[in-house]
Structures are given as structure tokens and as C-alpha cells.
Design a protein around this ligand. Structure first.
Ligand code: ZN
Ligand code: ZN
Length: 273
């Protein structure tokens, strides 16, 4: 498959603490790779909004993305996006932020449990299977709360902790154990008209699959999900557009004929072709 409508809706600029390239350079790279549209979606970790200066980041990121959007008008669709990390841990501030900026596209994600470090930091080789199970149950509980709040467009990288638990640390996880929790998340996301993101970063990492995987995307469809978005979660220009064709293939196999992009927070369906 060599799709024409390549869209990458999850990209970090150097306004993300772990990003490396400017908005303008990323857009130039996107044009050279033949992408139709990109959403630049810097991290704002809403549980540390003021103590880690995400208020400044929000302003700088939005300003530079809007500048890139107008510089590339007619050449590349640039969407002013944002990745809200853990917005349910500070709902008033998250809702205030969404009133403050005219985003095109808002991603919602869970990166850590409340008052806990990012799943990236936890030592999975030193904990028992029961502790891993408890962690994952708490993670899915928080994602369900996020989907219930629902004031965003796409639910990001569902199964994110597996990147570290299974990918980096090689621990085995049977997702069937969490089937009820995952179903509740997918049903709630569908009911709240959220898109499910197919995050392709896992394809270039040790975990080796998208987050979530094909089975979960297919289940979302079965439970009434109407939309998917696809994003590389690139933190470097070299990863821009990585895995998007494979992500589209997964969307098709799961029963979706279209992927979505968002302008002014409104979905636009793009045929996978
Ligand atoms: Zn994320
Ligand atoms: Zn991200």
C-alpha cells in the first residue's frame, strides 16, 4: 500500500521538553516527504501546568505553530494542535486553556498516575506481576476518566505503559485480563464522539506494534467508534510520517475507510486511498 493522503497528527516540536526541531523545519520536512497534513502537538502536562512553566510553553508553541501554518498555506495543511497530558488531574486549568487558544486539534493522553512519575521512569524489572497488574488497572481507570471528561478530539496512545513494560523491560502482559476496562474506555470514547488515535511510535520501538494494536482498533469499531486519527509521535524530524502507511493499513483492516483530521476542532474525513 502506498497511500496518497498521508496525514501525521501527532508531532512534537522543540517546544516540547523532549522535542528537537522547530515547527518550520518540521513542516519543511513534511513537504519534502509528500505529507498532506501535519498536526503539531506539543506536550502540556496539565498536572504541572504552572510549576513546570507549561503556561509559557503553551504560548510559545501556539505562536510558532500558527506562524508555520500561515507560512505553509497552500503547500501543507498545518494544524495547530496540542497534547494535553493528564488533563483530568486539573480539569479547571485544562478547560481554561482550551478557552484561551483556538486549537485545531486536541489530543488527550495519560502519561502517569496521579502524583506519580511518567510510566517511562518506573522500574518494571523490580516489581511483581501483581504490581504490574495493579498499575495497569489504575492506568485504564484513569484513561476511562479521561474519556468520560472527553473535551478533546483524539484519545492518544491507549496502552502507553506497555511501551515500557513489554517493550523496554520484556515483561509479559495479557491484555485479555483488562478486556472489560478497555471495552468501557472504547464505548465511552465512541459515545463522546472521540477519535481513537493509532500511535505508530511503537512500530519503531521495542514493543513493535501500534498503540493501541489492531485488535483494540477493531474492537473500537465494533463498539460504535466512528473515527481514527494516525500519528507518528515524532520527536525528531527523521521520524515524521513514520509508520503512517502501516497505521492506515491497520485502520482499514479494523473496518475504517477514512481517517480524520481536525480543523477548528471539527473532524474532516479523509478517504484512505
Ligand atoms: Zn503522549
Ligand atoms: Zn506525544
Amino acid at each position: 500500500m502506498n497511500p496518497k493522503n498521508l496525514l501525521d497528527l501527532h508531532i512534537h516540536t522543540d517546544n516540547s521538553f523532549d522535542g528537537n526541531h522547530s515547527a518550520i523545519f518540521l513542516c519543511e520536512t513534511a513537504v519534502s516527504r509528500g505529507l498532506r497534513a501535519v498536526a503539531l502537538t506539543d506536550h502540556l502536562e496539565m498536572d504541572h501546568f504552572f510549576d513546570q512553566n507549561f503556561d509559557r510553553t503553551a504560548m510559545q508553541s501556539y505562536f510558532e505553530i500558527v506562524k508555520a501554518r500561515s507560512a505553509f498555506r497552500g503547500t501543507l495543511v498545518v494544524l495547530a494542535g496540542v497534547e494535553l497530558g493528564d488533563p483530568t488531574y486539573d480539569i479547571p486549568q485544562s478547560e481554561a486553556l482550551l478557552r484561551q487558544y483556538d486549537y485545531d486539534f486536541v489530543i488527550g493522553s495519560i502519561h502517569n498516575l496521579r502524583n506519580t512519575a511518567d510510566f517511562w521512569f518506573l522500574r518494571y524489572d523490580e516489581i511483581t506481576d501483581d504490581e504490574i497488574r495493579t498499575l495497569l488497572e489504575q492506568y485504564f481507570e484513569e484513561v476511562l476518566a479521561l474519556a468520560r471528561w472527553g473535551k478533546f478530539d483524539a484519545l492518544a496512545h491507549l496502552t502507553y505503559p506497555l511501551r515500557y513494560i513489554c517493550g523496554e523491560h520484556g515483561r509479559k502482559v495479557d491484555l485479555h485480563v483488562y478486556a472489560q476496562q478497555i471495552d468501557a474506555i472504547l464505548e465511552t470514547a465512541a459515545k463522546n464522539q472521540l477519535a481513537l488515535e493509532i500511535n505508530t511510535s511503537g512500530l519503531r520501538q521495542k514493543i513493535g506494534v501500534t498503540m493501541p494494536n489492531l485488535d483494540i482498533v477493531r474492537r473500537f469499531r465494533a463498539l460504535g467508534g466512528k473515527r481514527v486519527t494516525i500519528g507518528s509521535d515524532a520527536h525528531f524530524a527523521k521520524d515524521l510520517g513514520a509508520g503512517i502507511a502501516e497505521g492506515m493499513e491497520i485502520a482499514l483492516r479494523a473496518g475504517f475507510s477514512h481517517v480524520s483530521l481536525y480543523q477548528n476542532r471539527e473532524p474532516i474525513e479523509i478517504l484512505i486511498a
